[in-house]
Write a protein that binds this ligand. Sequence first.
Ligand SMILES: [Zn+2]
Length: 396
Amino acid sequence: MEKYFNPDFTIRSKPVLCAGALLAVVLIFIAFHTWSSFITRRAGETIVISSGTISGSLDDTLKQRGLPDPERYQISKAYSKLLDLRRLRPEDEYAVALSTSARFKYMVITKDLKEYCVFSSTDAVYRAYVQNVTISSNVARVTGSISSSLWESMSSQGVPPDVILDYADVFSWSVDFLTEVRGGDKYDMVYEYSVAPNGKVVSKKILAAVYNGAETGRKIAGLWGKGYYDENAGSVRSLFLRAPLHYRRISSFFTYKRFHPILKYVRPHLGIDYAAPSGTPVSAVADGTVIYAGWKGGNGKLIILRHGAGYISTYGHLSRFARGISGGRRVSQGDLIGYVGTTGLSSGPHLDFRVKQNDKPLNFLKIKYRSSGGLSGKDKASYLGGLKTLLPEYFK
Ligand SMILES: [Zn+2]
């Protein structure tokens, strides 16, 4: 028993007790510290900003963020002084800042390159203002050589899809990027694009472009005003598009993923046969009038267009006509007129395309590219000066 009350025990028990007390103090301290830091954050108001796109109405969006009725009402009321809330679209972006106590701090809706802001001040008054989105402008130059297709080559260099289509548009009177591209062809392009703070490209335009192909020769284009001109300041536009299968239209037919703009053409007769999947959109190569749209023997479904200067163009074996295409209808260059098919005497889906002048069949691809109009005088000098600055290598 004495051993039980061994003073050693007592002596040893003191530090144990002390250690226990210390642990308790530490635990309390940790608990208190956690609690106090929570308090501190609340006092300093931790603000959580969440963003997304407007789903449903503004009210729905705020409701999803857990804002109570009176607050949602105040926010909508403040906004309605700046913008028509019925004009909000699901793609319009917003950011909303709430404090951890779920109190509304501010909201920004970005629409049409403007930021609409509503914030609540300490006196719980909701104020609104609008400001322009900060846009940064960039100029990029991209050069490359093609191994399989223009699309693949340019997109692998990070050229946005819209800019690739614009590039094809610039040359749509002189180069058929679906059939005339050859491995090793070179391209060069200077383009300007603007980016909003969210990284979205809000505008883009090609300032200068070059295509140098084995099949096509070298083509140069530069922007002046709203049009493009060549290295002699002649317009790049001409009476005919280079092909009735238009690059831009084709790209919306194929999805970007499947986009495979390598089509073939053969010339078994005085026209051109473009092999393309059924349903591929067919465009008018020039402004004109539909003089025939119907079934015609071995041609199957056929469209005949009459253009100026005694020219006609014909599009055979179509699967169907575009809406509204019938005799007498006026069409503009590039308009959708029908879809590739295999109607009539045809062994597979293809477009039978022919051009005649005064009833005489023409070799369409050999029709001399003739510029329709151009720049002169001071405009010509300024344009050429600018083009040489953008593409000095081509003007040595
Ligand atoms: Zn044919």
